[in-house]
Design a protein around this ligand. Structure first.
Ligand SMILES: [Zn+2]
Ligand SMILES: [Zn+2]
Length: 646
């Protein structure tokens, strides 16, 4: 008999050779029906793998990320089989699961495929899936594996096998199809009820551009047709909400090939939006005891040698700038922290002065490969809402609570309600990976966990996820389409204070080392605006949106009155525009709708006579005829309902 420990701590005594599926059955038939993958002692196993020793078993269903991964990888085998049957002679390479679905890299030789071939491939793959074929793992010797693929003339698989040790090589069979695979499959193909190929793209073998270019076929699959339909709907929505598309439509930002790739240019609307976000945070930060600082966009190479960034990232950064006469070397600032350390170093502090909290909207530059650039989410120049807190270890708990409060305030004011937190701590089994005193680490980790607890955050603790220089807390935000964004990292740092020899005088009159916290609730203005665009679809909260209302005179006759209304709105601090082009009111409304302006103020004969305005909300709701005062109250109430004071 062996002992199988389940995640809830329960221990089951079962005969040696029992499979994960049999364990599931012994728990409940319902669970067994849903189990699609398993992990034993931290290693992915098949649900039919006989367990030969005692250990910890986790069973996964479609609801788990691990389950989905197994499901999608298993589907990649089925799609590979369909491709092989439809395009004889192709060479298969690798087919892993990815965050949403899977891909298979294929050398199609002289043949090509395009999106219009997808339906027939999907049909074939589904036919195969319906055969309910079991996935069967089989150990093969290295010689056997090599000869199998050499016979097929598949040099890619041969290369993969050559890099594997004899004794660990396995093939996976299902139906008439065989693939080199280390395992992790659903019980049988019949569970796959819906398969959709999403795109094809070029991909170099092993990601190396000197190698053959393969065709990467992306796809996704589901255990229910309905789930595929929902997913495709989400994809459509995501396309509509793509921040690059909305950014253009709302005239927020642009890119110029002349200025350079990955360097966003903020248009007046976007700049106004950024300005408002910055003011919003600055105001809250001031209340939270931060002091603003300003630092230059470049720094001497020596600064980054001291900070350690040069050794770590120097090669992959923008290369140094040289002064023409003195031959000094400067780097574009990749982060603000070293500058802030030197601000701290500009005068001596005693324990009574701490914590010091220096904040800066600091623009930094990081080299990204051109292929990696993406809208505002991957850029080469961006502005962080950065701050560094220098404090004692004893103050960490309060400082964390303070930053959590600030981050929650930011998230709530911007309409993010669905989020979790992750506390990343050391891997206790590999203490040599971390710098700093063990006692300090313990205190810091406990301070973070206590802060998360005291603030009522929904959090998980991940061991081994801490940086080598300190533990951290991250927020994971779920956007309106259910996608996760990591945001608002609060990072403890024992490394930079040491490298910059930061000190403070303690109550014992001795010099001590402060702890540093890096934090940025938005992350960067660029990425945050992208997230905000995709989350709201461009319908920003009323307090933030660049134009809150637009005045639409029904004809030229009412232009004077419209100007008067505009004036009055401005006096009520409502950000409004006027559209007095010689166009029909219908057309003006349609355009204002596209620009996602929350309120359309229509003025004509009746309104002018009664000194009122007719208000239409974005989306079509008619608020009827109001006085400017009443409208202004309505706007204020709505703003106050989202923008709480800090
Ligand atoms: Zn596989
Ligand atoms: Zn920093």
């Amino acid at each position: 008999m062996i002992d199988i420990t389940l995640p809830d701590g329960a221990v089951k005594k079962v005969p040696e050779g029992t499979t994960p599926m049999e364990v599931a059955k012994s728990i409940s038939e319902g669970l067994a029906r849903n189990v699609i993958s398993a992990k034993f002692n931290g290693t992915t196993v098949e649900t039919v793998t006989p367990l030969k020793e005692s250990g910890t078993l986790t069973l996964y269903t479609w609801k788990d990320d691990e389950g989905k991964k197994t499901f999608w990888h298993s589907t990649s085998h089925v799609v590979a089989q369909a491709l092989e049957e439809l395009y004889p002679g192709i060479k298969l390479t690798i087919g892993p699961a990815i965050e949403n679905g899977f891909y298979y890299d294929v050398d199609f030789g002289d043949q090509t495929i395009s999106e219009k071939d997808f339906p027939k491939i999907e049909k074939k793959a589904l036919e195969i899936a319906r055969g309910k074929h079991d996935y069967k793992m089989r150990s093969v010797s290295k010689a056997e594996a090599l000869s199998y693929y050499k016979e097929q003339g598949n040099e890619y698989k041969v290369e993969l096998i050559e890099n594997l040790d004899d004794g660990i090589i396995t093939f996976c069979d299902h139906s008439t199809f065989t693939d080199l695979c280390r395992g992790g499959h659903i019980p049988n193909t019949g569970i796959i009820k819906a398969i959709k190929l999403l795109s094809v793209a070029g991909a170099y073998w092993r990601g190396d551009e000197n190698n053959t270019q393969l065709t990467r076929v992306y796809g996704i699959s589901f255990p229910k047709q309905k789930e595929l339909t929902e997913y495709l709907h989400l994809l459509e929505e995501a396309k509509k909400r793509d921040h690059r598309k909305l950014g253009k439509e709302l005239e927020l930002f642009t890119f110029s090939q002349k200025v350079g790739q990955g360097l966003p240019l903020w248009l007046p609307n976007g700049a106004a939006l950024r300005e408002r976000l910055e003011q919003f945070l600055k105001k809250a930060q001031k209340k939270a005891g931060y002091e603003m600082v300003v630092t230059p966009h470049i720094g001497q190479k020596e600064l980054y040698v001291t900070s350690g960034h040069y050794a770590k990232y120097g090669e992959d950064s923008f290369q140094p700038i040289h002064t023409p006469k003195e031959d000094e070397e400067f780097l574009l600032k990749p982060m603000n922290c070293p500058h802030h350390c030197e601000i701290y170093n500009s005068k001596p502090f005693s324990y009574k002065d701490l914590p010091k909290r220096y904040a800066e909207f600091g623009t930094v530059y990081r080299y990204e490969q051109s292929g990696e650039l993406h809208g505002l989410t991957r850029v080469r120049g961006f502005t962080q809402d950065d701050a560094h807190i220098f404090c004692t270890t004893e103050q960490l708990n309060d400082e964390f609570k303070n930053v959590i409060d600030l981050t929650l305030f930011v998230l709530n004011s911007l309409g993010f309600e669905d989020f979790t937190a992750q506390v990343s701590v050391r891997d206790l089994e590999n203490p040599e990976k971390y710098i700093g005193d063990t006692k300090d680490w313990e205190k810091a980790e406990q301070a973070i966990i206590n802060a998360a607890e005291e603030k009522g955050l929904n959090y998980v603790v991940e061991s081994g996820e801490a940086a080598f220089y300190g533990p951290k807390l991250d927020f994971m935000i779920k956007d309106a389409l259910g996608r996760n964004w990591q945001l608002g990292t609060i990072q403890v740092d024992y490394n930079l204070p040491k490298r910059f020899d930061l000190t403070y005088k303690g109550s014992d009159n001795e010099l001590h080392r402060p702890v540093m916290i890096h934090r940025a609730p938005f992350g960067s203005m660029e990425r945050f605006v992208a997230l905000l665009l995709e989350h709201t679809g461009g319908n920003f909260p009323l307090w933030l949106i660049p134009t809150q209302a637009i005045v639409l005179p029904v004809s030229e006759k009412h232009e004077k009155y419209a100007e008067k209304v505009l004036n009055s709105l401005e006096n009520h601090e409502i950000r409004a525009l006027i559209d007095n082009r010689n166009e029909t009111v219908g057309k003006k409304i349609r355009e204002a709708e596209l620009k996602k302006i929350p309120f359309m103020i229509i003025v004509g004969e009746q309104e002018e006579e009664s000194e009122s305005i007719s208000v239409r909300r974005h989306g079509g709701e008619d608020l009827g005829s109001l006085s400017v005062d009443t409208f202004s109250d309505l706007v204020t109430t709505e703003i106050n309902s989202t923008l709480k004071s800090f």
